[in-house]
Design a protein around this ligand. Structure first.
Ligand code: NAD
Length: 446
């Protein structure tokens, strides 16, 4: 990207600050229509890149994105309005409000696993908040990246949203510009590189990262239901999802029944065609994690029983990100703590149980970005919930209003409308009467 392009994005971001809601809604509607008119192109690009089944492309990439854009179109006018807040008695004579202002030029760096949805969902929020945007999609999904480039050219002015193709060198080049916000979705290791680069120039950033998300299955859980949901979490997108269950803790009393039910159910679904593992590097990584003992060509998913197998040390440390999960048994939640201490703050935590005390104990003991109780992965589909990590799994949040706020500067405004005799007390000379007045105020205000 040239400095000239960046300067034009800066200038446009300034102009966008004066836009009203209808202008931004028009942009979102253009994007919405484009997606609706190109559904089959999106499906085809996802298939060409890693054989994502059309059904999954519809549900996880198109449906999610379309419902997000609709939610923004319906709510943006309300979100953009200045928000009146109370004014304390000490500031009598003033009114207070929060004014939502764009941040400026935003960089969006996206990953390959949901290459359409994870680019367009933050784009919707960034545009709705009035920012201009530079997108750097993943180099591992070239067909989708090409289609995204066309979408951006068709829907936006070049000085409003632009897309830069490339790999990590391109991200490094882009990070050389003084963006006003960087929104990164990807691995924790690259997240650290992005955070370091932003910190040097105090650029605010959002990190949407991954981690080893545990699923804890209590003795009284409905086994069939837990099996179906967990198998889906490992099957969909070949388990290459940031919120896929990574490590299962199954209560000792039901572990063998759970493993038997999982195997039976998983094998019954053999005919379904799953997505590919994205690249040879990732296949190799998964082979190494499992000492080559999992057939990655099969459409099945695999559970590795860590209570039987101890020779896979790396699988307990690295995010698996594939159609494999490990299983360990537990009797009390203290048995889970050593794992948690090594893999703190995952993006998601799942608990399957009928016991509310147990659920409460799990949630309080093991912080995570989000939680699914007797449910899995779909917590991210509620626009009214924030989506984001904590600590190792990231910082910041988006989806719905949370996305609008993430990409906005929430500016505090205090406006005087009348005489404020209390404020007069602050100004010199500091007389005895004023000191007495302050003492009086302390009685009432503190
Ligand atoms: P990645 O970190 O390898 O790549 C993400 C982006 O960063 C890509 O655009 C890539 O080109 C760029 N990049 C890669 N290496 C870089 C470097 N050294 N310097 C600068 N830029 C670099 O991640 P990925 O393999 O594309 O995605 C998988 C990871 O993303 C997993 O860890 C997963 O958990 C995480 N993820 C998180 C979420 C979320 O919403 N929290 C969603 C999807 C994926």
């Amino acid at each position: 990207m040239t400095s000239k392009i960046f300067d034009s994005l800066k200038l446009r971001a300034h102009k966008n600050r004066f836009e009203n809601a209808s202008v931004r809604i028009k942009k979102l509607k253009t994007l919405q229509s484009w997606i609706k008119n190109h559904e089959s192109d999106i499906e085809a690009a996802l298939y060409a890149d890693f054989k994502k089944p059309a059904f999954e492309a519809q549900v996880t990439e198109i449906l999610f994105t379309l419902s997000e854009v609709k939610f923004f179109i319906q709510n943006l006018s309300c979100w953009m309005k200045d928000k009146r807040v109370n004014t304390p008695l000490s500031l009598f004579g003033h009114k207070s409000y929060v004014h939502y202002e764009n941040k400026g030029v935003v960089l969006l760096v996206s990953p390959w696993n949901y290459p359409f949805m994870l680019t367009v969902a933050p784009l919707i929020a960034a545009v709705a908040a009035g920012n201009t945007v530079v997108i750097k999609p993943s180099e591992l999904t070239p067909h989708v990246s090409q289609l995204l480039e066309k979408m951006i050219k068709d829907c936006f002015d070049a000085d409003d949203v632009t897309l830069e193709q490339g790999d990590k060198e391109k991200t490094t080049e882009l990070l050389g510009y003084h963006f006003d916000h960087v929104f990164f979705t990807g691995s924790t290791s690259v997240g650290k590189i992005v955070a370091k680069s932003c910190a040097e120039r105090l650029i605010p950033y959002t990190l949407e990262l991954g981690g080893k998300s545990p699923a804890i299955i209590d003795a009284n859980a409905n086994i069939e239901e837990a099996v179906r949901k967990i198998q889906w979490g490992k099957f969909a997108n070949r388990g290459q999802a940031c919120v896929a269950p990574d490590t299962l803790f199954v209560h000792k009393k039901i572990k063998s029944a759970f493993l038997a039910a999982y195997k039976k159910y998983d094998e019954s679904l053999k005919s379904e065609t799953p997505s590919d593992i994205i690249s040879a590097r990732h296949s190799e990584r998964l082979k190494n994690l499992t000492n080559n003992q999992v057939d990655l060509k099969s459409s099945n998913t695999a559970l590795i029983d860590l209570d039987d197998v101890t020779q896979f040390p790396k699988i307990q440390e690295e995010e698996i990100f594939g159609p494999i999960a490990t299983v360990s048994e537990f009797e009390s939640i203290e048995d889970i703590r050593p794992f948690y201490e090594k893999n703190k703050n995952p993006l998601a935590l799942y608990v399957f149980s009928k016991n509310t005390d147990f659920i409460d104990q799990v949630i309080r003991n093991f912080p995570s970005g989000g939680v699914g109780i007797n449910t899995l992965v779909v917590h991210l589909a509620n626009h009214n919930l924030p989506f984001g990590g904590v600590g190792n799994s990231g910082q910041g949040r988006y989806h719905g209003h949370f996305g609008f706020l993430e990409f906005s500067h929430q500016r505090a405004v205090l406006k005087q409308w009348g005489f404020n005799f209390l404020l007069e007390i602050l100004f010199p000379p500091y007389t005895t009467r004023k000191k007495q007045a302050i003492d009086w105020m302390k009685k009432f205000l503190t």
